[in-house]
Design a binder for this molecule. Structure first.
Ligand code: UDX
Length: 444
C-alpha cells in the first residue's frame, strides 16, 4: 500500500521504516529541512537499535523516501498517519499545537477523497473526531502505538496488540489489512471505537506508571521495617494476577511518555469533572523519589554537598536509549548542582547527539565510567546500562576520594563482594548498620 507519515520523530520514523519493510511504499514527511536531509542520507538523529539499518535498507530498495512537502505526502498516500509530538504544555495538558498546525494545512489542501487519515500520536479523547469534522472527512481512525524506546523496532514487528479505533467499517478493514503481516505471532487485534482507542493508550501508560510508583512506595516501607523489597516483590510477583513486570523500584519513571501522559490523563479527567486520584498520587510518589534520593546523598555528608565531586553513571531515562527527556537522572543532577556540587557524568550514548540535554553545559562529561569516578566523593548509579553491571569495583574504589555508592537502580544489590570497602545504599533494602550512621528522617 502507499503510506504517508507526517512527523519523523520517534514514532513516525519507526512506523514508516517498519511498514516499508513489509513491502509498502512509504513517504515520510517533516517540516524540519535539516532532519529530512539527514534522514535522506540514512542517518538517524537519535539512538534506536536496528532502526538505522532498517531505514537504510528500505531507502536502498526505494520503499522509503523523505520529503518536506505536505502536498506530496498527501498525494502519495492511501493511508496517511499523523505522528506529530504531543508534549506536555505549560498547564500540563497535551500540547496540540503541532497537530493543529498539520490539520490546518491539510484543510487547506482540500478534498482527501477516500484516503484514510490515522491518528498515531497520543491525543486527548475526541481529537480524531474533531479532525474528522474539521476536514469534513469520514475516513479517520485512531491507532495508538505502544512502542518502548530501545525496543521500538522489535515491538513494531512483534507487538502484544494492535489497536484500531475506527467507526467506519471500511477504514477498519483497510487498517487490518495493512497490519496483517504484523499479526502473525501472538499479537491481538483490537477493533474498537475511536474514543476507546484514544483512551486505551493513556490507560496503559498510566497503569504501568502507577505500578512503578506502588513499587517505589512499597520499597520505602520495606526500608522502614527492615524488610527486603526484592524478597517482597518476588513473593508478590509470583501471583499470576500480579506478575513481576514494572514493579522495579528505583529513582522513578521518566521518558517522553509516562510523565506527560500522566499529566494529560489527570487533566483530561478534570475536564469532565472526574478525578484520576491514583494517577495524581503516583505522580507525587514519582517526584518524591528524586527528593528522597538526593536527601539520602545530602545526609551522608556532614558538611553538605557544596564542592563535592559527584560521579554519575547513566543520564538516559532508561538503558537502550539516548533519550534524556524527563530523565530522573537529569532531575537529580539539577538538584545536586543547585547545592553547588560538581557533577561528572557518564552515559554510553546520551551525549552522542549534539541535541543533548542542556544540563551538559553545567556538568563535566566523562569519556568512560571509570573516568567519572576519579577523585569522586560519591558514585550515583542512575541508569541500569549493562556496562555498569560488571565494572571492576576495586578499581573504582581506588579511584574515588570517598568510596560510597548510591545505587538508584539496585544494580549492585546482590554483589556484596564487589562492594568491599564501599558504603553502599540502594533502594528498598535494609540499610546496613555501618552505613546507617548518618541516616535521618527522609522527606515524606
Ligand atoms: C513507555 C511504554 O512502555 C510504551 O508502551 C509507550 O508506548 C511509551 O512509553 P518507554 O517510555 O520507552 O515506553 O519506557 P518504559 O520501558 O516503559 O520505561 C519507562 C520508565 O519507567 C523508565 O524511566 C524506566 O526506568 C521506568 N521503570 C520501568 C521503572 O522505574 N521500573 C520498572 O519496573 C519499569
Amino acid at each position: 500500500m502507499n503510506i504517508g507519515i507526517i512527523g519523523t520523530g520517534y514514532v513516525g520514523l519507526v512506523t514508516g521504516a517498519c511498514f516499508a519493510a513489509k513491502d509498502n511504499t512509504v513517504v515520510c514527511m517533516d517540516s524540519a529541512t535539516d532532519k529530512i536531509d539527514t534522514l535522506q542520507r540514512g542517518v538517524i538523529p537519535f539512538s534506536e537499535p536496528e532502526l538505522a539499518t532498517l531505514v537504510q535498507s528500505n531507502i536502498a530498495q526505494n520503499r522509503l523516501t523523505f520529503t518536506t512537502s505536505l502536498p506530496s505526502v498527501v498525494r502519495h498516500a492511501e493511508i496517511l498517519f499523523i505522528a506529530a509530538g504531543t508534549p506536555a504544555s505549560l498547564d500540563r495538558a497535551a500540547d496540540m499545537s503541532s497537530i493543529d498546525n498539520i490539520i490546518a494545512q491539510l484543510a487547506h489542501i482540500g478534498d482527501m477523497g477516500q484516503k484514510v487519515i490515522v491518528m498515531k500520536s497520543t491525543v486527548p479523547m475526541g481529537t480524531t473526531y474533531k479532525i474528522s469534522q474539521q476536514l469534513r472527512h469520514d475516513y479517520v481512525a485512531s491507532n495508538p502505538e505502544f512502542l518502548r524506546e530501545g525496543r521500538a523496532v522489535h515491538d513494531f514487528f512483534a507487538p502484544d496488540r494492535i489497536v484500531i479505533g475506527a467507526d467506519n467499517p471500511s477504514v477498519a478493514t483497510t487498517l487490518a489489512r495493512l497490519y496483517a503481516p504484523f499479526l502473525e505471532g501472538d499479537a491481538q487485534l483490537f477493533q474498537v471505537s475511536i474514543l476507546s482507542a484514544e483512551l486505551s493508550k493513556y490507560a496503559a501508560n498510566a497503569m504501568l506508571a502507577v505500578r512503578i510508583s506502588f513499587a517505589n512506595e512499597l520499597a520505602h516501607l520495606c526500608e522502614a521495617y527492615g524488610a527486603s523489597f526484592a524478597e517482597v516483590k518476588a513473593v508478590m510477583g509470583s501471583d499470576m494476577r500480579i506478575g513481576h513486570q514494572f514493579l522495579s523500584c528505583g529513582i522513578g519513571y521518566g521518558g517522553s511518555c509516562f510523565p506527560k501522559d500522566m499529566h494529560a490523563i489527570i487533566h483530561l479527567a478534570r475536564a469532565v469533572e472526574q478525578e484520576m486520584s491514583i494517577c495524581s498520587a503516583a505522580q507525587r510518589v514519582n517526584d518524591r523519589q528524586i527528593d528522597r534520593f538526593v536527601h539520602r546523598i545530602r545526609n551522608y555528608f556532614a558538611d553538605g554537598l557544596k564542592n563535592k565531586r559527584i560521579a554519575v553513571w547513566g543520564v538516559a531515562f532508561k538503558p537502550g536509549t539516548d533519550d534524556t527527556r524527563s530523565s530522573p537522572s537529569v532531575a537529580i543532577m539539577r538538584q545536586l548542582l543547585d547545592e553547588k556540587a560538581m557533577v561528572v557524568a557518564h552515559d554510553p550514548v546520551a551525549f552522542a547527539h549534539s541535541s543533548g540535554d542542556p544540563i551538559t553545559q553545567h556538568i563535566t562529561v566523562a569519556t568512560s565510567a571509570y573516568d567519572a569516578c576519579v577523585d569522586a566523593d560519591a558514585l550515583l548509579i542512575h541508569t541500569e546500562w549493562d556496562e555498569y553491571r560488571d565494572m571492576d569495583m576495586a578499581r573504582v574504589r581506588n579511584m574515588m576520594r570517598r568510596p560510597v555508592i548510591f545505587d538508584g537502580r539496585n544494580l549492585y544489590r546482590e554483589k556484596s563482594t564487589a562492594l568491599d570497602g564501599f558504603d553502599y545504599f540502594c533502594i528498598g533494602e535494609p540499610i546496613a548498620a555501618e552505613c546507617s550512621h548518618t541516616a535521618s528522617r527522609e522527606p515524606t
